[in-house]
Design a protein around this ligand. Structure first.
Ligand code: C2E
Ligand code: CA
Ligand code: CA
Length: 559
């Protein structure tokens, strides 16, 4: 008996099996070859049985582990073991053809080899199970975020990442789908949509669920269009006898990875996240392709958010007033308070920071700050005996989640002892408002406290005349996009629209303010249609408080 050779071969077998993740894979073959040579083994086979059983039934899953081709069918050793999931695994080794039968010590050694194989196989099965628990989303039968990141890092390490496109997608309006067909059916539809995508994936491509209706993909560049076509929208059957289909589509952020210089999975994730964010905000684009400028914009946005508390504390935000003027006699009738940020000697316009602040509740702090400044100005003017006008302050829709919004607003106004009727609050309204009841309640309670409420930006996006009727607004602010301008067909259509919008507003008792009025011709059209007030560059641009104070002293406008 060649003890030393056996020990060397066994040691080599142990060492190399330890390095394998999947000990049932074909590459385990080479780990055991030397040992099989020493032990005269011609074939090793491993078979799994779905039930715990001692019987060697045919109906099983068999994997050949080692096979040199010629073995003696009559001489073999069998080891049976129970697996953790209550199955039976059978290891069978045959002796090589024309070799003398194993003696007792040799038999014992073959048994040890077969048991060792079992231990390795069990270990790798455990690793696979743990991986699945750690890296799998059981609701959707897909990988999870952790796995996605690990997989990207592997592709980066192998310098293969540039062959791929990363996609981050969010199902469009899936909460509406859930509302329409119920959560349970909604989940089924989501599952089926995801399966459709997965069935189109090629080897090396994966889909992962990040959470809720957010998913990521990594696909080969050549396959990306096929996948994007599905994300663009398909009809999904609701299942069962129901032949009704639901249309499911997605917003997506797409990063066609240009080279292998990306340093980590989180770099990829950052890029698809900003692109998706832009896609979700956009009315026009469902898919947005990442480009480097987006990260710059994100950096800038982060800097604004980080600096905001300091800016607020330092009172860097200024109130600019833009007068509202009567069409009848061109008299000052009110003003809108608009925010300007004075930072490092520069005046920053709202479009550079409002949308950033709107991503968090910071915007509410700014709005309350503006209201507070406006009230302090009003108090001062009243104390000086000036003739004051109603001032409107913008309220972001974010405030609607504040259960005590009216109370918070009144606290600010009352702390300056300003009559409630001098304050108007401007809120936008959209048809996509599923928080419609909350909006109605808020406006009602503002009104019950003597405050005014206006619908801002009417005519932008999907305003609905019906919703205007349902909420007790006082004022309708017509956006400049509804004003007739230039020439051509659009101008004619806008004229007709404007006529009916103003007539409708007046019929239900709303004051009408036209915003963004720039030309005498527009003034004429508005007058023809009996609009009440105008706010626009034709009379005044937004101006600092000192300048606006002069407008309070019987200022007479002309055009
Ligand atoms: P908005 O509430 O619709 O305000 C009217 C915007 O139209 C103002 O822009 C105003 O300067 C501009 N405008 C007025 N007349 C004309 C005109 O004749 N022609 C043109 N082209 N534009 C005109 P501004 O001040 O840049 O504000 C932009 C937006 O930023 C506002 O739109 C509002 O949505 C937001 N915003 C400004 N201040 C605040 C604030 O304190 N809180 C909140 N939540 N939003 C604010
Ligand atoms: Ca406004
Ligand atoms: Ca507006």
């Amino acid at each position: 008996m060649k003890d030393k050779e056996y020990l060397i071969a066994f040691n080599k077998f142990l060492k190399s099996m330890k390095e394998k993740d999947d000990t049932l894979a074909d590459d385990a073959y080479e780990c055991i070859t030397d040992l099989c040579d020493v032990m005269k083994i011609g074939r090793i086979e491993v078979s799994f049985f779905d039930t715990p059983s001692d019987e060697y039934i045919e109906n099983n899953k068999t994997k050949v582990f080692y096979d040199i081709g010629n073995y003696d069918e009559t001489i073999y050793i069998i080891r049976r073991n129970n697996t953790v999931d209550d199955r039976t695994v059978v290891y069978k080794a045959w002796i090589r053809e024309s070799e003398a039968a194993w003696d007792d010590i040799e038999k014992e050694r073959v048994n040890i080899i077969l048991d060792t194989l079992f231990v390795f196989n069990s270990r790798s099965r455990f690793i696979q199970l743990a991986d699945k628990l750690l890296y799998f989303d059981y609701d959707m039968d897909t990988y999870n975020h952790k796995y996605y990141m690990r997989y990207l890092n592997k592709l980066i390490a192998k310098s293969e990442i540039s062959q791929y496109t990363a996609i981050y997608f969010n199902l469009k309006k899936f909460s509406v789908v859930n509302q329409q067909i119920g959560r349970k059916n909604g989940t089924k539809v989501m599952h089926s949509f995801i399966n459709t995508i997965v069935s189109e994936l090629e080897s090396g491509e994966i889909l992962a669920r990040i959470g809720g209706d957010n998913f990521t993909l990594i696909v080969k560049k050549g396959n990306q269009n096929k996948i994007l076509n599905i994300l663009n929208g398909i009809g999904i059957f609701m299942g069962g006898s129901d032949s009704e289909r639901v249309f499911v589509s997605a917003n997506a952020g797409i990063y066609e990875i240009p080279d292998n210089s990306v340093s980590s999975a989180s770099d990829v994730m950052d890029r698809i996240s900003v692109a998706l964010h832009i896609a979700r905000q956009s009315d026009k684009l469902d898919f947005v392709y990442f480009d480097d400028k987006m990260l710059e914009a994100k950096k800038k946005a982060n800097a604004i958010s980080a600096y905001f508390p300091t800016a607020l504390k330092n009172r860097e935000f200024l109130v600019y007033y833009q007068p509202k003027v009567t069409l009848d006699g061109y008299k000052l009738a009110g003003a809108e308070a608009l925010c300007r940020w004075k930072h490092d000697g520069q005046l920053i316009p709202p479009f550079e920071f409002i949308s950033v602040l709107e991503r968090s509740m910071d915007i509410c702090k700014l709005d309350f700050y503006m209201l507070d400044r406006v009230c302090s100005h009003l108090r001062k003017w009243l104390d000086e005996g000036k003739k004051v006008v109603r001032i409107s302050v913008n309220l972001s829709r974010r405030h609607l989640s504040d259960m005590d919004l009216t109370k918070h607003i009144l606290e600010i106004i009352d702390s300056h002892n300003v009559p409630h009727e001098l304050i108007e609050l401007e809120l936008t309204e959209t048809i996509t408002d599923y928080n419609f009841q909350k909006l109605t309640d808020t406006i009602t309670s503002l009104q019950e406290n003597g405050l005014y409420a206006s619908v801002d930006d009417f005519g932008v996006g999907y305003s609905s005349i019906n919703l205007i009727k349902e909420v007790p607004w006082n004022v309708l602010k017509i956006d400049k996009s509804l004003l007739p301008s230039g020439n051509g067909e659009d101008k004619y259509q806008n004229k007709v629209m404007l006529k009916y919008v103003v007539a409708m507003a007046q019929a239900i008792g709303l004051e009408c303010v036209a915003e963004g009025v720039e030309t005498p011709e527009q003034i004429e059209i508005l007058r023809d249609n009996c609009c009440d007030f105008v706010q626009g560059y034709i009379f005044d641009k937004p101006m600092p408080v000192e300048e606006f104070e002069k407008r309070l002293d019987n200022y007479k406008y002309t055009i």
